[in-house]
Every structure is written in structure tokens, then in C-alpha cells.
Design a protein around this ligand. Sequence first.
Ligand code: GDP
Ligand code: MG
Length: 336
Amino acid sequence: MTFHSGFVCILGRPNAGKSTLLNALVGEKLAIISPKPQTTRNRILGIVQVPKNRGPKNQDPKKKNQVPKKKKTGGQIVLIDTPGVHKPDNSLGRKMMSEVREALDGCDLILLIVDATRRSAAEDQFVLNMAKRLGTPVFLLLNKIDLLRGDKQKLLPIMNEYRGLHDFKEMIPLSARKRQGLDVLLEKVIENLPEGQPYFAEDQVTDQPARFMVAEIIREQILIETSEEVPHATGVLIEQFEEGKKLTRIAAAIYCERDGQKRILVGKQAQMLKKIGTAARMQIEKMLGVKVFLELFVKVQANWRNSHAFVEELDWRRQLGAASEPVKVEELTNHR
Ligand code: GDP
Ligand code: MG
């Protein structure tokens, strides 16, 4: 019996449903999701174990006269969710696109996910050109088919359009949100991965540190509660993370770019900050399985999205790997 394993990169335009697909396949909420574009800023790794010999669910092994279904290969899929591909106009955007390039580097298979209710083939040309250059095989995933209400005919013109752009290994309609089509996807992915050993322990679902996931949960609440520029101009840094036996103490700084944004984030009598804090704390407690004391501060850091150093400061991989002293955010005022 063979075991297949490899790195699979989920790529696509903002809002196509990349993070929803990652969470659905892993079965855990690893990535935050919102209807606002550019929610995901870092590449996020999620590990899926696909057991061997997955028999079809309704088959009774004792029954005779049953057509034996072929045994399926098992394996480990290392998925990488990425920021939506867009033209960057600041340091944050450029960082997000470098995250996409790093995810693509050395991956075995690309899942290009598109919103099947929108015509956007031309906008995906950029991703397809990258795939072509690297020679990596690509699946086209037509997501959000739940919105087509059973009218699969509507997929045909989109499929034809994409067929004209690239030689896709597979085209798979699915709904990440309703978990439709995911079994077929997993099966095809495993088939297309090389034979090999697992890369991660069987019980591991991600490589993200808990403190980064906490920062993301706080950012997700900000995405839910605020609008216009505020969610995009917000970055969250964990300043304290102390695990106690009964209580974990967390302090986080919410950075925005202007006083007006700070006023919105704090709200009248700090109502907004309390709302964000309470909702985030409940989710963090659920994730960590302990009581949490969460303190939030709002700080203004003018133009931080244009500061390469500050954007790097938000990157947990940098934080872990930093050999030198991390850059102090206070030193970055007016940095461009
Ligand atoms: P990303 O930017 O590509 O990571 O997209 P997200 O996963 O954050 O999803 C963007 C929006 O599309 C969110 O509001 C999701 O709930 C929604 N969405 C994702 N997948 C589906 C789907 O299969 N069906 C529907 N109806 N909505 C979806
Ligand atoms: Mg996302």
C-alpha cells in the first residue's frame, strides 16, 4: 500500500474562498474568514491526514454481490493558504505577495480556487503564468456552487473560459462553505502527490504558534465590527502571553494609522473595544481550552502599511527566526 504526501498551495483572487477551503479540509479553524478582501495576510499551513482504505460509507463488507470499490491510497496533504493575489500598492501588499511566492516555491500541486458565480478568468492569468513558469500542475476549483442552486449548467461557460487559459489537471466544482465536493478533491489531490513519507506528525494540524492565532482572532473581530479603511489599516501584535495553570494572560496592541481610526476602534466609552475584546476572548478560550484574561490597547502608528520594518514585525516566522534584536515599533514612527 502506497502513501502519498506533498505540499499543496491554495491560490486565487481575494474572496474566492481559500481560507474557508483550508479550514474545511483540515476540520479546524486555522485561518480567519471574512467577506472583506485581503483578510489573509500570511501563508497559513494546514495538515490533512487522508486515511488509507477509505471504504465508501454505505458499503457493507459482509454483503455479497457488491461491486468491490478499489482501495484508495492514503497520505498527508500539507496545505498552504495564501493571501489573495492582487496588485500591491504598499509594503503590506508587497509582503503578502512575497508570501504567495514563498508558498509556491517547491509546492507539488496548485489549487487555483475561483468564485464560480463571478467571471474573473482574466484576473487569474497572473497566477497561471506563475504556475506555468514553475511547471507545477494546477487544479481548477470552482467554488461557491451552493449559490448556483443546482444549476450546474452555469458552470460550463466558466469552465470553457478557463480551459482556454491553461491545461488544468482537474476541474472540480465544490462548495467550501457547505463542504460539497471535498471528498473528490482530497482523492484527486492524493493521487497527484508523489509517494513519500509524512512531513508532519499525525496529530499536528498547523505550524502556527498559538500567539499568532490569537492575534488573528482579534483581527477577525475587528474585520467583523468595523468597515471602510479601518480593518485594512489594522495590525495586531501580542505583547504579553503568559500561560498560567488556571488563567492565560494576554495583552495585545491593535495598531491603526490615524487618530480617527483609533476613535472608531475604541468607540464611545470604549464600547467598541469591549465588544471586540469579549468576542475575541471567548474564541481564544475555546481554542486554548483555558480561561483567558485579555487586555487590548489601541495605538496609532502612522502609515505602518508602508513600513517594511513594521510589516516584518507582524510576521511570526520572522519573530521566531530573528537572530538579531527585533525592531522596536516605537522606533518606526514616520518610517516610510
Ligand atoms: P479568501 O479571501 O479567498 O480566503 O476567502 P474567504 O475564505 O475569507 O471567504 C470569502 C467569503 O466567501 C466569505 O464571506 C466566505 O464565507 C465566503 N465563501 C467561501 N466559500 C464559500 C462557498 O462555498 N459558498 C458561499 N456561498 N460562500 C463562500
Ligand atoms: Mg483568506
